[in-house]
Design a protein around this ligand. Sequence first.
Ligand SMILES: [Ca+2]
Ligand SMILES: [Ca+2]
Length: 485
Amino acid sequence: MEVHNRYQTALILLLFYVLWLGRGDSAITVQQAEHLKSRIERLKSKVDAVNLKMAQTAGTLNNMAETGLPEMPEFNIAEGKTAFQTSTQGYHTPATGQQYPGDARLAVDGNTNGIHWENSCIHTKGEANPAWWVDLGQSYMIKRVEIYNRMDCCSERLNPFNIHIGSSSTVTSNPKCGGDHQIDVNQPSISVSCQGMTGRYVGVRLPGSRTLTLCEVQVFSTSDVAVQSAPISSNTPAPETCGLSTFIHVPQSDCAGSRIDIAAHGGVTLQFCADACCADPTCLSFQHNAQSTCYLKNKLCSAGEKGYAGGGNMYDRQDVAVQSAPAPAPTPAPGVNVAQGKTAFQTSTSGYWIPVTGEVFSGEAHLAVDGNTNGDHGANSCTHTNGEGNDAWWVDLGRSYVINSVVIFNRMDCCSERLNPFNIHIGDSDQVIANPKCGGDHQIDLSQPSISVSCQGMTGRYVGVRLVGSSRAMSLCEVQVFSNS
Ligand SMILES: [Ca+2]
Ligand SMILES: [Ca+2]
């Protein structure tokens, strides 16, 4: 614009100069006239060029006003990252020898093909709340998540699904991106905007008893910063060094249990089973049996946990076996019981005495911190309330402590079921039930004299136990509160 005006001004001044030269009877030479003419033409062509440029700029601005700003570049930050799923269901076609492992990495292999038999889709077992997730290596600002569905059959299995994004490796405890999503089952993929969410873990979960299949999950961010600095998860085995020779053969044994079986593959070779365990960072051992069935396991079972299995063999991952088999991880010191002998309270007290013997069973609050864990109410070391509704007992530790755990000794001569369920409250308010809960509803095993509840990280001067509901008398034979400080 400024350029345009400058040339216009120059042109006008030049015209005045020509008029001034031509005033009165003084004449300009032919040479001077030619020179001026060429200067005027050069200036005119410059003005034309500026006008053209301005017209083009105006056109671009008009287009932008109609179509919006140009798209920011986006990067799929999930491809090739480490992926997990709650279980794996693989298939084998004996006639052709083809194997379809269905393992978690197939949803980040860069192949969006929706035909399961093209070997690029994951597959869980039918189970409660199946989930798949990827560890991006570090936290990213997420823009959107694109999910490619299975298309050769069963595309309706995906609906409805949830997406979770956050920093917890327990991926389904992370916030949801939106609510229940529905894919159009005729479309190969769905793009879900998760603008504004941040996280290292991105997961897909099917609520309910279902089977999860995903052919690709792309996670888009407007920044691919992790390319330079993504830390490699420390428990990820180096794939090039993993193979059958990595495992220790434990003949005719199995440690069975659906909770430790993270994947099952039917009709597969021993080498396939070893490779599948290598490919899954959570796999520490596997069983391969006489029916050519392979079970991947998420732990290394101790000799005591391993049972005899006539048709099967366990294979334990060697490097882990060397490190962790000889001794279990040391348990941290429980700390000191800071409750014993402190002042205790309860919402009511129900005592009784036996006239024949003259014995008194006071049931008072201090009996839960008298240092005697005897669960027999007749030994006079247990508390007893009236059952007036929401009965509670609490101890004043005298000052605030960082709590490790609370151990509760139940009544054992009768009525041990009365304790379930119970809540623990810890905090600095003497209105003890206004303090935060340690966990939710706890259940003690009725065959056990005590339960230890970890309250790691909680701090408080008052520790209470409460039975929610009416007509529930509370009897506690001892409450120990462990702390290091
Ligand atoms: Ca894929
Ligand atoms: Ca006691």
